[in-house]
Design a protein around this ligand. Structure first.
Ligand code: MN
Length: 200
């Protein structure tokens, strides 16, 4: 056998050793950098109810906690607190984090989809570092232009998450109240928590 392109595949051994019909491990190629980057908004009923906004940036999900949740109303600027990077696989996570664990409580995927960096000349990594992210979301609930902006001075620095004014903005709408359900299961956090309690 001569040198073929396949021999130069860096993941050849990884693939040869595994039967992806039988293991839950990731299939190479699914995280190709050519695919469109994703985002997720997880509703997290922890000690304090909040929403976690995560953007696929490189090999991680850059994450912000939005205490009051996102809005489709450009008049509603929401505080966003940066939190630790999460692994890419977290993008599909729903479930109950048991009592006694970090972030104990119910998590649902409140929205998900793809995003585009609207700053063509600034890579998304740099935009995050600079504290000024302009993105176009194609979610099931959140659509159109959004910005994440670091503002304030010195110790009073904070981030804001806001809807930009465009054809996809909805002044006066309360998307959190109108669409409380998971985009994966269709269940609300209350329903997921109730299922768990009924099993105990
Ligand atoms: Mn959280």
């Amino acid at each position: 056998m001569g040198e073929s392109m396949q021999d130069k595949d860096p993941l050849k051994k990884y693939k040869e050793k595994r039967d992806f019909e039988k293991t839950p491990e990731p299939v190479p190629g699914e995280k190709s950098p050519l695919k469109i980057a994703k985002f997720v908004v997880q509703k997290h009923d922890a000690r304090k109810l909040h929403y976690d906004f995560r953007l696929e940036v490189g090999n991680v999900l850059k994450s912000w906690t939005i205490p009051k949740g996102p809005s489709t109303d450009p008049g509603q600027k929401r505080l966003a607190v940066p939190t630790e990077d999460h692994p890419l696989d977290y993008i599909d996570f729903e479930g109950i984090i048991p009592e006694g664990n970090y972030g104990a409580g119910t998590v649902i995927v409140w929205d998900n989809g793809t995003y585009r960096n609207l700053k063509r000349d600034i890579p998304i990594e740099k935009a995050v570092d600079d504290g000024h992210v302009d993105i176009w979301l194609e979610g099931k609930k959140l659509k159109g232009g959004y910005a994440l902006i670091k503002t304030g001075r010195g110790k009073r620095k904070f981030w804001l998450f806001l809807k930009k004014k465009d054809e996809m903005s909805h002044p006066g709408e309360d998307i959190l109240a109108d669409r409380p359900e998971s985009v994966i299961s269709g269940l609300t956090v209350e329903e997921v928590s109730a299922i768990k309690k009924s099993r105990n």
